[in-house]
Design a binder for this molecule. Structure first.
Ligand SMILES: *Cc1c(COP(=O)(O)O)cnc(C)c1O
Length: 363
């Protein structure tokens, strides 16, 4: 049988593992930060109506420039954004990949502040971009001076700052983004995948005017409860969009994807109606685990990073056996868990509480 190691794989992919968070049909799935609430029935009906219209036209290629969707997303984002400033792809991961195809690549570098989203180094490897991880301080909070000094010293071709940061939940101050943008000449991406959960922090969209190398990425996969559709997007200067057009595959957004996303954005208020409750469940989960003696990191997102587990893998396995899936990250003593519905969150709290101190099985 042929093995991967028998194939002439590109050097920078040898030994790499694919993105692989477990996908299992467990009753309580809290490991990939989805919105666990199903979308409202009225929205389902409108999405289906749009899809029906779109299916009638699928003998033709879809609108390559997805103009209607870009206008809809510009309207949703506000900040006086125009459709020419918006770009979208099949998940924000694809948007990030296109950015690296256009602005990274051989001889170029991508810098980010770790621990952060595990896909960044994989996207760097896939585009032959040198990955430059710089560790965050112990509390994971980025300060403007630290970020500015780091970017000015390294002068990366592309830098990405995730706010709120996955997997730590840490919010991002606009002062950090401003300092970052001033500190180097490369492209600066702010990954706002979880922005809708962070009521206290304004969006980096505010900083776009006058900063043609600032890119703000968003996704419909998290707060918007639309992960299965695969729609991520970006706001930036129209010249950045011109660059991404050079690397996108023709017709990369299917007619069905465009139709579904247009319908969902039309119902943005309803799609986001569960955000307040999810935030409340996150705070309830954080308070309960703090009471149990765990160290919960402050979070502006729909998940929390929790320290104080004697053996994170043992806790992960014990919960998995009970049909509860959370996330192991390889951060010593830590696990990440998504806030779900009230029932899911209660199950998680009860299960961890029953494990006893440090998440060890008390038998
Ligand atoms: C989930 C997530 C994304 C979104 O990925 P999609 O491809 O849009 O589903 C992007 N960035 C971060 C940090 C994430 O956690």
């Amino acid at each position: 049988m042929t093995q991967l190691s028998d194939l002439p794989l590109r050097d920078n992919l040898v030994g790499k593992l694919p993105y692989g968070a477990p996908q299992e049909p467990v009753p309580v799935s809290l490991n990939v930060n989805e919105n666990t609430h199903p979308i409202p029935d009225e929205v389902v009906d409108d999405v289906v109506a749009e899809l029906t219209r779109a299916v009638r036209g699928v003998n033709r290629y879809p609108d390559r420039e997805f103009g209607a969707l870009r206008a809809a997303l510009a309207g949703y984002l506000g900040h006086d954004l125009r459709a020419e400033q918006i770009w979208a792809a099949n998940g924000s991961n694809e948007v990030l990949q296109q950015i690296l195809q256009a602005f990274g690549g051989p001889g170029r570098s991508l810098l980010s502040f770790t621990p952060t989203y595990s896909m960044y180094p994989l996207l760097a490897a896939g585009t032959d971009t040198r990955w430059v991880p710089v560790e965050r301080p112990a509390d994971y909070v980025l300060e403007p001076e630290f970020v500015a000094r780091t970017l000015s010293d390294h002068q990366p071709d592309v830098a990405i700052i995730c706010g709120p940061n996955n997997p730590t939940g840490t919010s991002l101050d606009l002062a950090v983004v401003e300092a970052a943008a001033d500190a180097f000449d490369g492209m600066l991406i702010v990954d706002e995948a979880y922005h809708e959960f962070d009521a206290a922090h304004p969006s980096a969209l505010e900083l776009l005017p006058g900063r043609p190398r600032l890119l703000v990425s968003r996704t419909m996969s998290k707060a918007f409860a639309f992960a299965g559709v695969r729609l991520g997007y970006l706001a930036a200067d129209p010249a950045v969009v011109d660059a991404l057009r050079l690397v996108r595959l023709p017709y990369h957004l299917s007619a069905l994807t465009q139709a579904a996303a247009i319908a969902a954005v039309r119902h943005a208020d309803r799609m986001l109606a569960t955000v307040d409750d999810i935030r409340h469940q996150r705070d309830r989960l954080a308070a309960a685990l703090t009471d149990l003696g765990y160290a919960v990191h402050p979070s502006g997102s729909n998940f929390i990073l929790v320290g104080g587990f004697a053996d994170p893998h043992a806790t992960f396995t014990a919960l998995r056996e009970q049909g509860i899936l959370i996330r192991e990250l390889g951060i010593p003593g830590h696990l990440r868990m998504t806030a779900g519905t009230e029932t899911e969150t209660s199950s998680l709290i009860a299960a961890i509480s029953a494990l006893g101190p440090g998440g060890a099985r008390s038998e």
